[in-house]
Every structure is written in C-alpha cells, then in structure tokens.
Design a protein around this ligand. Structure first.
Ligand code: COA
Length: 444
C-alpha cells in the first residue's frame, strides 16, 4: 500500500531530525518515491534554449505544486518556472548561467510512486505548456510533445530507466536515437553512439588551426535575439540622416530639477526629454510610428507611441519600450525609464515591456562616441541614435565664438517606405523640441 506522500515525507523528516529510524512505521511499508525528471517545457515564440538565471530550490528541498523552482532567461525575456509536482528535489541538472535546452530535464523530483500522480502531473505540465505556446504552432507542438511525453511515460520507446537517464543527462531525445536492441529497444550503446555522432559533427565545425588559440562562447540570452533581429534588418535599405543639436537648454533645465527629483526617488537624465521630443514630432509625422508588412506591402500606422530604448544590460543589448508616451509627462517617462533600467540591471525585463515597440531610440552617448549609424528593428521603419553631448566652440548670432553643448543625432529609416525629405522634416521637429524643451512641458 502506498502511503500518502505527505505522510511519507513527514515520517522521513521526523526520521532525519531524530537521526534514527522511525519506529512507528515499518520500513517495509515505505516505498521509495518515484524520481521523475521535470522537463523544461516549450515557452513559445520559437525559443529553443534558455539560460538558468537563479535557482530557488536545492537538492533536499521539499516543493509543492506551483512553488517557484527557478528563473530562466530566453533571448526575449525572463520567465519564472514553477513546480508541477509535490515532491522532494533530488538533482539540479544545471548551474546558474548554464544553457538549458527546451525539452531537457531541468531537475529531478522525487514524488510518490503512484502512476496516477505522474499522469496528473504530466497533465499539469501540459496545461502549463498550453498557456505559453503561441497561436498557430500550438496545436502541432502540443501533439508532438504529448506523443513524446506519452511515449516516454507509457514506455512506447523501449528503454531501461538507466539508459533513459543517460539520454536525459546528455539532452538526447530518445526518438532521435537509432535503436539497435530487440524489438526496437534503445540500448546504452545506441545513446553513446548518438552522442559520438553529435560531437564528431561539432568537432568538424569547430576545427581551427592549432596556431590559433582561444575559446568558444555561445550566444545566449538577449544576444541571440540581437542576432535574429539584426540579420532580418540586413535586407532593409537604410537611409541615414544625421544632424547635430544644441542641448544647453535641456541640460540646464534637467540640472535645475534633478536634485529635488532625486529626493523623490526619480533619476532624471536627458533621455526622457529625447523620448518626449520624439513623441511630439511623431504627432506631426504619424507615418514614422508604423510597422511594415513586407509581404503585403502595407504600412500599419500606430496610434500608441510605444518608444523602445536600446539598453545596455549585463546580458547584452535589449530594447524595452515605454508605452503610450503620447500620454506621459517627462516625469512619468523618467519613472518608467528608471523601472526598466532597474529590471535591465537584473536581466529581468518581462516580455510585456519588450513587445509592441513602435519606434526606437538608442543613446550610445552615455558610453561615448560622437556619431553612430543605428540599425532598424523591423517591422519598425525608423530608429534614432545620439552620440555624446560635448562642449564645443560655436558662433552665436553676433558672430562671436561661444561654448555650446552639441550632440549628434542620426536617423536610419527604411528607404522603401520613407523618403529623405520626410525623415529630414521629422528630425527638424525633434531637434526643435530638444532645443526648446519648454514646449515639451505643455500638455501631458
Ligand atoms: N551625452 C552626454 N551625457 C549623457 C548622454 C549623452 N548622450 N546620455 C546620458 N548622459 C549622461 C546622463 O545625463 C547621466 O548624467 P549624470 O551622471 O550627471 O546623471 C549619465 O550620462 C548616465 O545616464 P544614464 O541614467 O545611465 O542613462 P540615460 O538615462 O541617459 O540612458 C539608457 C539610459 C538605457 C539609454 C543607457 O543607460 C544605455 O543603456 N545606453 C546604451 C544604449 C546602447 O547600448 N546603444 C547601442 C545600441 S547598438
């Protein structure tokens, strides 16, 4: 007879704390729990692997369903994974910063050896997957994963637990392995042969001259997303327009109020002014706040000014957005930027802050550099980037040389849909608002 899991656990805990064998229960009654792998389910959007950011549990910890297990970071966002089981954590298969493949075991949990519970838990895993797998792929993936899960649970793939474990520990999907055992059984040798095949392919790919030493660094986290977006942008004919603008007034205004705002917990940089100036200019040039559908050759002009801000984070470049900037004051924009920077520092920006960007800005001037050429993030049609504001000599109206803070601005626009004059007009408007920041203080 199987004891209820909680009773079994309580007995074990009591046993552990006393350091002796529990006398109330005959050990023959205690069936060892069943150790099940908890596989990383598909978190949608075509994500194939994630980086483990933080473990909330360790071997020996008791967990209940929905307890937080770990936080993982995909190339788009960070996600908290919760437990599908009540049980005891046995093994964590990854260290922090390791890359875990979707479908591989994240950790092993010992649960009551009751097949109904396993079935229940697998339903739960499937339920979790259903919530995250996105639209059109959902049904297909669900069927594939269900059959894979059922194959494994129902033993359709003939394999001993020991071989299954070797496969899991090496991220090998049993159905990819050529089985040579009786009745199609997957043998240990088959898994090892599969692994040899994979590593031979990897070695051929990684062959380098012995004179060149170094190390291979895999792309992970936000860098993977950058790879995809930048590759897509290669097909866009970029029209780049650059100008410079004087930022003395905006610096002065910011300096006047930044200390009192700091007391309120708000850090005000120049960025909120640049963001608001873009929104004001977009009100007059709405066709720049748009998404291009290349297939249909249509432009969707968007009402919300969801302005993306390129952000340098420990995980690499990421572009979260501030939503509905057209309705926000400079102070509200500063608060939002502070929030996103805080999350960015922890590489914990949620997906909601990364999606639906309609227009983007990049301030590389924080780091340095006078000029830069930004790269469009499709399906958006324009992006702006600033260099560093520097004190330089300029002529005033009377012809005298005066010191001025000057910053370069460069716009890269999709020349298939935006012409140079449109971009120049927009840039002039943006520059007008930055050079005359009092206009930004009127209205929202
Ligand atoms: N010129 C001169 N000084 C600048 C500046 C510029 N263009 N931009 C910012 N500064 C100043 C700020 O005013 C602030 O000054 P302070 O120390 O007196 O307060 C300081 O630099 C730091 O500002 P910070 O709060 O870090 O930045 P921000 O709000 O201006 O910008 C981000 C926020 C997110 C844009 C910025 O932190 C960032 O990550 N930039 C990198 C963007 C990037 O990677 N682009 C490349 C894409 S390929």
């Amino acid at each position: 007879m199987a004891l209820p899991w909680r009773l079994l656990t309580a007995a074990r805990l009591a046993e552990r704390s006393r350091g002796s064998i529990c006398r109330f229960l005959s050990t023959s009654m205690l069936r060892p729990g069943k150790v099940v792998p908890f596989q990383l389910s598909d978190i949608g959007e075509g994500i194939r692997d994630v980086t483990v950011k933080e473990w909330f549990v360790k071997p020996g910890d008791q967990v209940s369903q929905f307890d937080k297990i770990c936080e993982v970071q995909s190339d788009k966002a960070s996600v908290e994974i919760t437990s599908p089981y009540d049980g005891l954590v046995k093994v964590l298969h990854y260290n922090v910063d390791d890359v875990a493949m979707v479908g591989a075991a994240l950790l092993d949990i010992e649960i009551e050896d009751d097949s109904k519970d396993v079935a229940k838990s697998s339903e739960k895993i499937q339920g979790d997957r259903d919530q995250v797998i996105d639209g059109s792929n959902k049904k297909k993936k669900k069927n594939e994963e269900e059959s894979e899960l059922q194959d494994n649970l129902a033993g359709k793939i003939l394999v001993t637990p020991a071989v299954r474990r070797i496969a899991m520990e090496n991220n090998v999907r049993l159905k990819d392995v050529t089985a040579t055992g009786k009745d199609g059984r997957v043998l240990k040798e088959d898994v090892l042969a599969h692994l040899r095949k994979i590593s031979a392919t990897a070695e051929v790919q990684a062959e380098v001259s012995p004179n060149v030493m170094g190390r291979i660094v895999g792309l992970k986290g936000y860098s993977k997303h950058m790879w995809k977006t930048m590759t897509r942008s290669l097909s866009i004919p970029h029209f780049v327009y650059s100008d410079e603008c004087q930022v003395d007034r905006v610096i002065q205004y910011r300096n006047e109020v930044k200390d009192s705002l700091k007391d309120e917990g708000v850090s005000l940089s120049l960025m909120p002014f640049f963001v608001k100036a873009a929104s004001r200019a977009l009100e007059r040039c709405p066709e720049l706040n748009a998404w291009l559908n290349e297939e249909e050759q249509t432009l969707r002009i968007l009402d919300s000014h969801n302005i993306g801000i390129a952000m340098d984070t420990p995980e690499g470049l990421v572009v979260p957005n501030i939503k509905n900037v057209q309705n926000l004051s400079i102070l509200a924009i500063a608060r939002e930027l502070n929030r996103l920077q805080e999350l960015g520092r922890k590489s914990a920006i949620p997906l909601g802050d990364l999606t639906d960007t309609t227009f983007s800005l990049s301030n590389i001037g924080v780091v340095g550099g006078t000029y830069t050429k930004p790269v469009i993030l499709p399906p958006q049609v324009i992006i702006g980037a600033f260099g560093r504001a520097q004190k330089v000599p300029r002529f005033n109206d009377a012809g005298n040389v005066i010191p001025a803070y000057v910053m370069s601005i460069s716009w890269a626009a999709d020349h298939r849909v935006l012409d140079g004059v449109t971009v120049a007009r927009f840039s002039n408007l943006w520059k007008h608002y930055v050079e005359n920041p009092m206009h930004l203080l009127i209205g929202s």
